[in-house]
Design a protein around this ligand. Structure first.
Ligand code: AMP
Length: 114
């Protein structure tokens, strides 16, 4: 059995507040929200991060971004704007080694990020 926490969330072995789900993708509220809306969009298939996506994953990557846009609409941040971020590796600040896109919105976000 995988020890990856997001694989366990995808398998419903660890509970999460699901915002969107289809065959390949799960979106759920971040436990430590950094904005009024902070949702994580993950592939159900384990990929450590974007760099580990192969040519065969291109469709899946598109589905993840489409899911992000759906989440933005369903959480009512699409009109005012939002941010989609994926952190990669140590310098990127990645803390969970399972590809995920952060959807952040519901307040004015600053730029550049720290
Ligand atoms: P990152 O630092 O980009 O790898 O983001 C990992 C995110 O996962 C952080 O924002 C955490 O708050 C979030 N997180 C960790 N464990 C859980 C969990 N069990 N349920 C929901 N979000 C989580």
């Amino acid at each position: 059995m995988s020890s990856c926490i997001f694989c366990k969330i995808a398998a419903k072995e660890i509970p999460s507040q699901v915002v969107y789900e289809d065959n390949d993708v799960l979106a759920f509220n971040d436990l430590n929200a950094q904005a009024p809306v902070h949702v994580l969009v993950i592939p159900k298939k384990h990929l450590s991060h974007l760099d580990h996506a192969a040519a065969e994953d291109e469709l899946l990557l598109g589905r993840l971004l489409s899911a992000a846009a759906k989440v933005a609409k369903s959480t009512a941040i699409a009109e005012t704007g939002y941010r989609v971020v994926t952190n990669i590796g140590v310098d990127g600040g990645q803390s969970v080694s399972h590809l995920h896109f952060h959807i952040l919105g519901g307040r004015q976000l600053s730029w550049p990020p720290g």
